[in-house]
Design a protein around this ligand. Sequence first.
Ligand code: FMN
Length: 623
Amino acid sequence: MRKYSFLEPITVGHMTLKNRVVMTAMARHIATADGFITERYCRHYRAAAEGGTALIIPGIMAVDSTWPYISNNQPWLDDDKFLPGLTRFAAEMHAAGAKVAYQLWCSGLAGTTRSIDDFTLADIARLQQKYLEAARRCKQAGADAVEFHIAHTYLPGQFLSPAWNHRKDQYGADCVENATRFSVECMEQIRDKLCDAHFDLLVKINGADFVTGGVTPQWSAAACSLLEQAGAAMFTVNGGGALAKITDMSDDGHRPEGWKVYLAEEIRKQVHVPVAACGSIRHYDYADRIIREGKCDLIAIARGLFAEPAWVQKAAEGREDEARRCISCMFCFTSVPEGVAGCSVNPYAKREKDDPGVVKNGAGRRVAVVGAGPAGLEAAYRLALRGFDVTIYEKDSAIGGLTRLAAVPDGKQKLLWLADYYARQISRLGIHLALGRAVSAEEIAATHPYAVFVATGSQELTPPIDGIARAKSVRALLRGEIACKPGARMVVLGGGLTGLEAARLAQTQGCAVTVLEMLPENPGANLETKLALGYARTAGVSVRYGHKVLAVTPDAVLAETNDGDCTVDADEVILAMGLRPDNALAQQLEQKQLRVYRIGDCDHAVKISSAVQSGCDAAQALQ
Ligand SMILES: Cc1cc2nc3c(=O)[nH]c(=O)nc-3n(C[C@H](O)[C@H](O)[C@H](O)COP(=O)(O)O)c2cc1C
């Protein structure tokens, strides 16, 4: 078994952490709308605590709930009425063997127009009092520490950053001393009035804002020296944020593993307390190496522990192959209702109470899974764990389904990690895999399966539009079957995620691409779509909303808009107008009176998250 450096204990302030893995804060939107911690909230974090994480820092907690922007369904800290929930949470983390730090947060300008430039000294003093009172409640609730949140361009980060702080007084950003004054004063009060052998003060800070005039590694390192004197017992170092680029805070797949570790390294040279590196740290070997090389003392993981709460435990038990890996898909930024998984790869994320554990009553009964996309793979995995004898049938020569195509555009390659994970489980659990040939209902029936899980996916939707037969499949484009001739005019019909990604791919290969989308541009679209739109436009794709396609002619596409009809010249037309379930096999099997479960796209067109969840739930429900 490997002796990973991150499994070694470490002292942080007065705490002894049993290992060096910190769950760094991640807002989850599962407290009540009026700031109370819920059962669901506790269960969610307990998964990571039970999974061996040494220190749990739950997401932002508002020090002032009357502030104009407080994010929805996060815990609040500005009233003693929140103490019971905070106390229960801390007790549950302790019972699971983890330490707890609550993150003190105020958005400042983010989400509002209220600039710190306009704060009076009385405003500043009032806010500092709010921080102190919030920290007092955290201590009273039994937390081991508070984390003073200077990162991600929220209030203290705005004071720190010359990009947002234009004040001319002693809180201005003309020098590091002044720029850190707001935080230093808050922290000194917390240190002097609250910190003791049972309560520490931690800091999360940007090593860089990655915006013009913003915090640089040198500026941040100098600030950390002062913050250390003000009581910081540990620094977690990240970058980017709400007023900067969100993908610099949490990368969306375009960045390599640990691309911000150098920021932690820079700060570590300046301070004498432990420093946690943060940002896209996913692999055990990598985490081990950066500690051994002295780049950081701890590893701070957010989404990786969302995807795999037992990340630490699996390393400690030599079960590395069983760890799911965050694919940086950004779905976790989407608020999801109760009962829906908040993570693409972990079907129980944020719905931990639905996890029945492994009920091992498959008793070798034979089950067939048709289709090796995420839904089928997850179903096969759960069924095999439960002791069923599982065979996966897949017509392609490799597993992964549509994720293999979705992984083609630049920056999407981490999607392949999902199929890699299932490939490891297939060999570990002895799942039979029949690749490279479409299986018929008769063949399946002949094996007398106890149940069949049909995950045959979807087919591309072809709407009844004049001349649509000339349009080619977006899947063919992603498979590289359509030559993108330099300068060729391509029109992509449909501006959903797939259409935008495919358009960007073709544009970067030399085509001049226009996307036509019938709906108006939606400023409330989910983050994944917004990012895909941004990348497409940056690559030079022309994305036109409010264009209803009327006809495809031999050399153009005709569309109707609010301003009248228009013609867009097209040498090549690509169809990306949605999907319809491919359920022919499911129907045939149902007619044979077999026990059939439709999952994933075969049931209705879904995202990776709901495909994985549907495969999981159907497999767990099999009696
Ligand atoms: C959905 C989401 C919510 C987040 N909320 C917080 C937060 O409440 N406080 C915070 O300090 N960082 C927050 N972050 C940033 C993470 O803590 C972390 O610094 C960042 O995602 C990089 O680490 P990772 O690649 O391990 O996710 C959030 C990130 C995500 C994806």
